[in-house]
Design a binder for this molecule. Sequence first.
Ligand SMILES: C[S@@+](CC[C@H](N)C(=O)[O-])C[C@H]1O[C@@H](n2cnc3c(N)ncnc32)[C@H](O)[C@@H]1O
Length: 219
Amino acid sequence: MTLIDRDAAFWNKIAPKYAAGRIADMAGYERSVDRTRGLLTSSDVVLEIGCGTGTTALAIAPGIRRIVATDLSEAMIAIAREKAQAVPGIDAHFAVGTAETSPEVDGGYDAVLAFNLLHLVHDRAATLRAIRHRLKAGGLLITKTPALAEMNLLIRLAIPLMRAIGKAPFVSTFSASDLEAELAVAGYAVLAAERHGSKRWDPRTFIIARKAEDGTDQP
Ligand SMILES: C[S@@+](CC[C@H](N)C(=O)[O-])C[C@H]1O[C@@H](n2cnc3c(N)ncnc32)[C@H](O)[C@@H]1O
């Protein structure tokens, strides 16, 4: 079983519970969605990676031309496709895939979204390169990512134990500034790094990064 198969098995198993769950900080989530909408235009073609059950893709879709949304979990994608049927007049395509296997479009995407995903991938540098490859020149990567290095030590210690008993996914620990440095190395210019949480401390960094002219552009 590959790492990706193992991850997919975890997310397939929890997909129904994930779909039924509440967003913990709805005000913070809405702020991120509004900020994202404000960066997009009605002619944009957008890719979302790690789309889960499609909540964000379907919230963004009415304001853009087309959204392609992918996730490694077949069960998540099945739920997203079902939810999409209830949203008329949008062009949304859901498919199983990772950053490396997501569909490419001629000329590249105007923007790629990765919400609550980058801490879950095993090779973040490869993921950032694959996203960059799918963006048009000057296109935006918009990402919201838990910076686990900034979280409570107890939570960080509990995650590997929970993973050992199948109750948590693979996660990697890094700070927001680590991620910004990785983005620069991968050929992005970080335009903004924000926190949108409505509670006292939000460990999730919301980053807007533009595909820089120079840098590696590998599939
Ligand atoms: C925490 S959920 C976030 C879902 C959605 N983006 C959101 O913000 O609600 C993480 C999602 O990423 C997917 N995922 C995990 N690893 C992935 C990978 N390497 N490539 C693509 N999707 C992945 C999981 O299947 C899951 O649906």
